[in-house]
Design a protein around this ligand. Structure first.
Ligand SMILES: [Zn+2]
Length: 430
């Protein structure tokens, strides 16, 4: 390809990138305004289905909190857009690349330093947003229970972890890229998959305890209920734990981590405080449903499949000079794996955003299936009361806009979910 043709392709790619940026931004703001209008329109009264279940005060708190969260997200979005433009066309990545290659050459260490430097800059810029979200917004609505000291402790631990886990992973991938020929991306993908499997073991055993205390669920009514539920559903687990989530946030939740026999069931202490043992049993039955119906494995398979495509695309883009030039970077030596990786990870979400509803769709289907599993194996009525309590305590809106939900929500809205559970219960009683 001659120089003029190459430049044309680069320009065309720039134009395409900017068109997608504009479309994404317009789409995001349009979705936001729909959601805000829908919440505002229903703010004055509790929806009929919940009239007996939650107070007007709780309903309005949820409306205000949801709207404020969206508006905060918009500010962050403008900032991120500006940063993306500065990083690409504004020359930030070019500057980092020029400095590090001038100082240290273009070897493996330089590539890691380039990614590291960029990651540090973007995390520092992200900090004020995390701070304001936690200590202003969450605080205002009574959710924040975190002390500033904890915030910095978390920051220190997660930074150290990113270095300990991220640098070796990056080094292996860059090394494969350099040393293993045309199919480097296939090997890199394999390493990525293995790394994720290793994390499934490492996370509950070594990482989560750095952030929280885990105590065995004490003997008693809840312990008995949960144990018999596990027995009934034939679920193998490596222990029941209570986690001190209350040191950061007052919102309740439960989750499961691990793989095979190494699975742990973790209840937030905030959940145990708010829900009755029957309700917790029902919530856990829902989570067990995700495992028993193989949702977790399906999601993993899908995400590894997507990663496979991403690595293959990365190979194609990294080998084309129009990709760098189209995003505002000129390399003085044919390729830079670090720059390719940075540009690719910045550009990819811009092109994939319009497809977000696809992933939300399958996730919502899984939620209905897990609710069905829960009503079959625990008390459906308790699942309903638990959902109402969680929605109300977490100030989630009960009146979302349908198109906004179709785009973003991994879970169906409360009314739809409760309706579906009530239908199942009616059929059971027939
Ligand atoms: Zn679920």
């Amino acid at each position: 390809m001659n120089i003029i043709e190459g430049t044309n392709v680069a320009t065309a790619f720039s134009v395409l990138f900017i068109i997608f940026l504009i479309v994404d931004t317009a789409l995001k703001f349009w979705l936001d305004s729909r959601e805000i209008n829908c919440i505002k329109a229903h703010r004055s009264a509790v929806p009929e289905a919940f009239a007996q279940k939650i107070t007007l005060q709780a309903h309005q708190k949820a409306a205000d909190y949801s709207i404020e969260n969206i508006k905060f997200g918009q500010k962050e979005r403008w900032f991120n857009l500006l940063f993306l433009l500065i990083a690409t066309f504004g020359g930030l990545i070019q500057l980092i690349y020029d400095c590090f290659t001038a100082w240290f050459g273009s070897g493996l260490i330089t590539q890691i330093l380039i990614v590291g430097c960029f990651a540090i800059i973007s995390s520092i810029l992200d900090l004020p947003f995390s701070w304001i979200h936690q200590f202003k917004l969450e605080e205002k609505y009574g959710f924040n229970t975190m002390k500033p000291k904890q915030f910095f402790k978390d920051l220190g631990v997660s930074t150290a972890l990113s270095v300990i886990l991220g640098v070796p992973l990056l080094a292996v991938i860059f090394w494969l890229w350099e040393a293993s020929g045309q199919l480097w991306w296939l090997w890199a993908w394999l390493v990525y998959v293995l790394f994720n499997f290793a994390l499934l073991w490492v996370y509950p055993n070594l990482i989560a305890p750095l952030f929280n205390k885990f105590e065995n669920l004490p003997q008693g009514e809840l312990f008995d209920k949960v144990s018999s539920l596990l027995k009934k559903t034939g679920f193998e687990s490596n222990g029941l734990y209570v986690m001190d989530a209350s040191k950061r946030n007052s919102k309740g939740n439960a989750y499961m981590t691990g793989f095979g026999k190494n699975k742990r069931i973790v209840f937030f202490d905030t959940l145990i405080k708010k829900l009755t043992p029957d309700e917790i049993e029902a919530v856990l039955a829902h989570e067990l449903g995700h495992y028993k119906l193989k949702h977790i494995y399906k999601m993993m398979a899908v995400s590894f499949g997507i990663a496979f495509v991403i690595f293959a695309l990365l190979d194609v883009f990294a080998g084309s000079s129009w990709f760098y030039e189209g995003l505002g970077v000129v390399l003085n030596e044919g390729q830079s794996h670090a720059v390719a990786l940075l540009l690719f990870s910045l550009a990819l979400p811009v092109f994939t955003f319009p497809f977000t509803p696809l992933s939300s769709l399958s996730s919502r289907k899984h939620e209905f299936e897990a609710d069905k599993f829960a009503t079959e194996n625990a008390d459906g009525r308790s699942l309903i009361t638990a959902l109402v309590k969680l929605f109300s305590d977490n100030a989630s809106t009960l009146t979302p806009d349908p198109i906004y939900s179709a785009f973003y929500s991994s879970h169906p809205d409360a009314a739809t979910r409760i309706n579906a559970i009530e239908k199942l219960l009616k059929n059971e009683n027939k």
